[in-house]
Design a binder for this molecule. Sequence first.
Ligand code: ATP
Length: 464
Amino acid sequence: MLNTGVSPARTRSDAETRYCLCRLPEYVTVIGLDDTDSRERGMCTTYVADRLAARIEADGGRVERRLLVRLNPGVAHKTRGNAALAVHTDLGHERALELAREYLDLAETADPKTNPGVVVAPGDPGDPDAIPDAVAAFAREAVRDYHDVTDAALLADGAGYGTVHAGNGRGRIGALAAVGAWRAFDDWTYEHISYRERGRWGTDRDVDPASVRDAADAAYPAVWDTIDCESGYPVCVPRTPCPVLHGIRGDDPAAVRAVADDIESEPVARHALFVTNQGTDAHLRSVDSLAAVRDGRAYRVTGDVVTAPETREGGHVFVRIGDGPSDDSGGGSGADSDTLACAAFEPTKRFRDRIRALRVGDRVTACGEVSDGTLKLEKFAVRELVRTESAPPKCPDCGRSMGSAGAGQGYRCRDCTTSAPGKVERPVERDLEVGWYEVPPVARRHVAKPLVRGGFDAPTHPER
Ligand code: ATP
């Protein structure tokens, strides 16, 4: 059953309506919605949002944009990618709420894990604070932290927003975050989503991989993460029973559309362009000390490699970084608050070779979500590379390595009479360069920023 909480829309004078200072200049109402799909039963909140947008247009309203916001990837009860949606429209608040209620009926509420929510914000083009600071802050925290549904409901109510929900209404968290997102974030990308005919939902998708590859090649780098070049895997085609046929991501709306148009496939039932925080690293927070890192959040942290990389069962590669001086023993207690385990899991494929190439003493910046005390690497930057290592000196006469002459007695050549006081520094060959490395497209998280987008503080080594 749907629950509706409608607060009266704020009224505005004609004078206020005429001049426009706000961050939301061209529309009046923002409809946020979330949590409509089910892992087992399919559906997709982008689809519900697009159907709602089409209904608004049929009702005479104008849809300014569809916003697809990825929230904290660490949230346990997400169905897949923790997406929330917002539709920006000039439709009146009351009518928008009515239509949203209708479209929430598309939600897979038969699945007890689906708890949809809608939040409708009556924007005010004359008011620069139409989306209040507190709602923008809520959106930022929803991407980087955790919220309680009660807080979402109270904040929505206090801001004068209408809400609708079913089940436990947890979807109101994402819905309110989607309302605040446009004010909260500055970096936006695009996804052009093509949807399947209803009768095909849940069946294998018929998409020609060669046409995906050709279209992706032609549009790179404006369009990214369409295909994983090395494996040939079409990243843009989901494997879930949802209505999406393919989603094309990039920085240019015309380019993502063109790639979608060039893909040969089963019939496309409908398509829509979403403005999105995908590919922006909006989830990463910086901390001064590794001791401040907490599970369930994602970070950008800098430290020195303190243990040699280790490949464990399953092909996962682990390395530990620390705030303090390197531990040359390679031990790494694991319990220290100033060290952090970082992992490149098997699905990150060739990225693991980059981690294996690290050495104790290298300085790196690691990015990823922390869970069970381990940072799951999405990308990392090499800041400084160890270029030399200590080694026994070579005999100047025969060229062979000298052996230890006993504790505290330096080194001696067994065959010649030469000796040396201690180890010497010798250059080491490195397979890494200073700069950013990333997981391949096949292992990319929705919100993680691909290096090809630029704006990084060091040279980049993009994967495609
Ligand atoms: P869908 O396609 O349905 O949106 P999804 O993978 O995005 O699937 P949801 O089914 O929406 O996941 O489930 C995520 C739930 O978590 C939603 O109810 C949402 O309101 C809630 N949620 C999102 N971000 C947070 C957060 N930061 N703290 C607490 N709850 C959150």
